[in-house]
Design a protein around this ligand. Structure first.
Ligand SMILES: NC(=O)c1ccc[n+]([C@@H]2O[C@H](COP(=O)([O-])OP(=O)(O)OC[C@H]3O[C@@H](n4cnc5c(N)ncnc54)[C@H](OP(=O)(O)O)[C@@H]3O)[C@@H](O)[C@H]2O)c1
Length: 272
């Protein structure tokens, strides 16, 4: 399990443990550690492993990711791993190269191509902006995104890791509804019970905001490169990956937002 403490990884790990499957956590702080930037850590992490959930850090679309994923997949197959399930993105050329590198390994592969995860709003880089009452992002207010729930991604990944019929499948997974960026933030504000503004900004303004928030320059470049590519409307459509993999519909953004709000994660810090 790579990225086993991340948004999808920890959900996949929890499900596998509930099924009584042994799980090896492949992260820099795991035992043994696994680090994408240090190939010397890869063989020990693969010892005795039959299947791997592969999530690349920082993002499968960044330069060098496809090469690393290809090298990792080849090593995994050479060490006896049969099944590889890759978390990928929609629409980015780099992500497509990463998929192809993994497919070439000869493993039994499944690709899970994910839309923008809803959990970015409560477990990731949008959490602080939401709590602060203003989400600035380089996407037009009305640009539609079919936000996907990380629980649905995890269900698809676990089905692919543990059951038959998913080998050689590319599952493009989205939520059931196209939601505009301003609409998504408005839905969160409604269930959080306080005003939160969506602010469309240029890529340059977004990069400056990240730098002002002490995000390292290399990280800012990677993020803005990826967002330049995918926020042009190419991903504004629904896909049926969840239904094809699981035989049920994906969870709606409104249900995600209600459940996340109920945890108190978006409560106004000033009111606490
Ligand atoms: N977020 C989205 O909306 C979205 C959409 C489509 C595709 N994706 C893809 O999802 C992948 C990220 O998955 P995620 O969002 O589930 O993860 P995430 O929540 O960003 O978590 C990152 C995981 O990677 C681990 N990690 C950090 N540095 C690492 C390193 N140097 N080597 C190995 N592992 C490292 C972290 O471990 P620690 O906890 O120890 O730091 C953590 O388990 C990316 O490849 C991206 O392309 C994301």
């Amino acid at each position: 399990m790579l990225g086993a403490t991340g948004k999808t990884g920890r959900r996949v790990a929890r499900r596998l443990e509930a099924l009584g499957r042994p799980v090896r956590v492949g992260t820099p702080s795991g035992t043994p550690p696994f680090d994408w930037t240090d190939e010397a850590t890869w063989p020990a992490a693969l010892d005795g492993v039959g299947s791997v959930y592969v999530t690349y850090y920082l993002d499968l679309a960044v330069p060098g990711a496809a090469e690393a994923v290809g090298t990792f997949a080849d090593l995994a197959v050479a060490r006896g791993v049969r099944r590889l399930v890759l978390l990928s993105g929609r629409g980015e050329a780099g992500a497509r190269r990463g998929e192809q590198a993994l497919q070439r390994s000869g493993a039994d592969w499944t690709i899970v191509r994910s839309a923008f995860m809803a959990q970015n709003f409560n477990e990731s880089f949008f959490l602080e902006p939401v709590r602060a009452g203003e989400v600035a992002f380089p996407a037009a207010e009305a640009l539609a995104e079919p936000f996907i729930d990380a629980d649905d991604i995890a269900d698809v990944a676990v089905a692919a890791l543990t059951t038959d019929g998913h080998v050689g499948q590319v599952y493009e997974v989205t939520g059931p509804r196209l939601v505009g960026w301003a609409q998504a933030v408005a839905e969160i504000a409604a269930v959080a019970g306080r005003p939160i503004r969506y602010l469309p900004v240029s890529l340059e303004e977004y990069a400056s905001l990240l730098i002002a928030n002490q995000v390292p320059a290399g990280y800012v470049k990677m993020l803005t490169d990826v967002f330049t590519e995918v926020l042009d409307g190419r991903n504004a459509y629904l896909s049926d990956g969840v239904r094809r993999a699981l035989g049920r519909e994906p969870r709606d953004f409104a249900d995600y937002a209600r459940a996340a709000a109920a945890t108190g994660v978006w409560s106004d810090p000033a009111a606490a």
